[in-house]
Design a protein around this ligand. Structure first.
Ligand SMILES: [Zn+2]
Ligand SMILES: [Zn+2]
Length: 99
């Protein structure tokens, strides 16, 4: 196992490798006074913030179970689970469908 492996992503469950493919996520947004952060894949992190604004995160999605249960994020996770650990794309697949 690579020593860059910092553990499974709490969103998609794939291994995370230290470097540009991972990001820190504030469980409660900084703007709402949150301090606790977790590592997420950059692509998983980007998905969270494309689906939810900070107000929604602060009020209903400040924990990982809630994030995983969000239908749009759940669909994204089913898609990204088959990708290599350091996979990243800026653009959503054609039609905006992550499947
Ligand atoms: Zn992930
Ligand atoms: Zn974040």
């Amino acid at each position: 196992m690579s020593d860059r492996n910092i553990g499974p992503c709490p969103l998609c469950g794939r291994p995370m490798l230290a470097g540009p493919s991972v990001d820190r996520h504030h469980l409660v947004p900084k703007s709402a006074g949150g301090r606790e952060t977790v590592w997420l894949h950059r692509i998983c992190h980007r998905k969270v913030h494309s689906v939810l604004d900070e107000r929604a995160i602060a009020s209903a999605y400040a924990d990982l179970d809630a994030l995983r249960a969000h239908p749009e994020i759940a669909r994204f996770v089913r898609w990204v689970r088959k990708k290599p650990p350091e996979f990243y794309t800026r653009t959503e697949p054609k039609g905006g469908r992550w499947r």
